[in-house]
Design a protein around this ligand. Structure first.
Ligand code: F6P
Length: 306
């Protein structure tokens, strides 16, 4: 997110546009929690995780009164356009603002990678690498003690992150919300297959939207009397130094968002489709349903049941 903020500010400067930062999301817009953004305000943030603007979920903005207050703020501040950086909730908010005639362009940023109209959302690569790094470290103990590990990965209601991470760590099995699992076939059979291949430790990756890692561990213990250790990676996945891919994508998307506003576009979402940056209609983009990669899932099935 910081790399995207930096790019938006620097690109705005390039286009001769004054820029302010709205802190704490839509709450900040409602209450005028803003700061002036210039070159020094975004220097040396390209490599830092999180967001210098803070972030918050706003219950007030969900109400019509809250939205009207936000629109009044926009008018008071003389805003010609807003670049909204975030996920689904951010864009539903952006859409609400655009109904009041505020120009909005969105940049998708969520580790869940669950926005249908874009192949990529900022943070996904860094979060994947963080999870892979953590699981690689866990594996050392699991391997030495010949244990089973059940690792819960974030992703809200989507399994993209868990599946991707599972493939990257060579997981024994991966449980994702998009594919309701059968415990016997999708967990026990995979452990047996791994054992048959000579494995003496097992790495079960569970998407938080599929099941609780603690429940899965208990089920394994009850069924086959091995005593898994549970790790919930949690917010560790949302922090840390962003990967090169995230920094470059954020920089490109930030520029594209400002360029779109400068061209008079509104209600657009900056997306990457087969490697190309495009802007799509916000409403259309949000109404699309993101499905799990069937190819990735097929490969996972093949490799975990072999
Ligand atoms: O949407 C990003 C995400 O990190 C999800 O993967 C996760 O379920 C959720 O946010 C966590 O939200 P909170 O920080 O409010 O606990």
């Amino acid at each position: 997110m910081n790399a995207a903020i930096r790019s938006v500010v620097r690109s705005a400067m390039y286009f001769g546009i004054d820029c302010i930062g709205i802190r704490r999301g839509y709450n900040g817009l409602i209450h005028g929690d803003i700061l002036r953004m210039d070159a020094p305000s975004v220097s040396r943030i390209i490599n830092s995780g999180g967001t210098i603007l803070y972030t918050a979920r706003s219950e007030e903005f969900k109400t019509e009164v809250g939205q009207q207050k936000a629109v009044d703020s926009c008018k008071l501040l003389g805003l010609d356009g807003i670049v909204a950086i975030g996920g689904d909730g951010t864009f539903r908010g952006a859409q609400a603002l655009s109904k009041y005639g505020i120009s909005v362009v969105g940049i998708p940023a969520t580790i869940d990678n669950d926005i249908a109209c874009t192949d990529y959302t900022l943070g996904y690569d860094t979060a994947s690498n963080t999870a892979v790094d953590a699981i690689d470290k866990l594996r050392d103990t699991m391997q030495s003690h010949e244990r089973c590990s059940v690792v819960e990965v974030m992703g809200r209601n989507a399994g993209h992150l868990a599946l991707y991470v599972g493939l990257a760590v060579g997981a024994t099995t991966v449980l994702v919300p998009e594919k309701p699992y059968n415990f016997e076939e999708d967990v026990l059979e995979c452990i047996r297959a791994a054992r048959f291949r000579g494995r003496t430790h097992y790495m079960i990756v569970v998407a938080e939207g599929a099941a609780s890692a603690f429940n899965v561990a208990q089920e394994i213990k009850d069924a086959i009397h091995i005593d898994p250790r549970v790790t919930v990676l949690g917010h560790i996945q949302r922090g840390g130094c962003p990967s090169a891919r995230d920094r470059v994508m954020a920089t490109r998307m930030g520029y594209q968002a400002v360029e779109a506003l400068a061209e008079g576009k509104t209600n657009r979402l900056i997306c990457t489709v087969r490697g190309t940056l495009v802007d799509v209609d916000l409403l259309e983009g949000l109404s699309m349903k993101r499905t799990l990669s069937e190819q990735q899932y097929k490969v996972l099935k093949a490799l975990t049941h072999a």
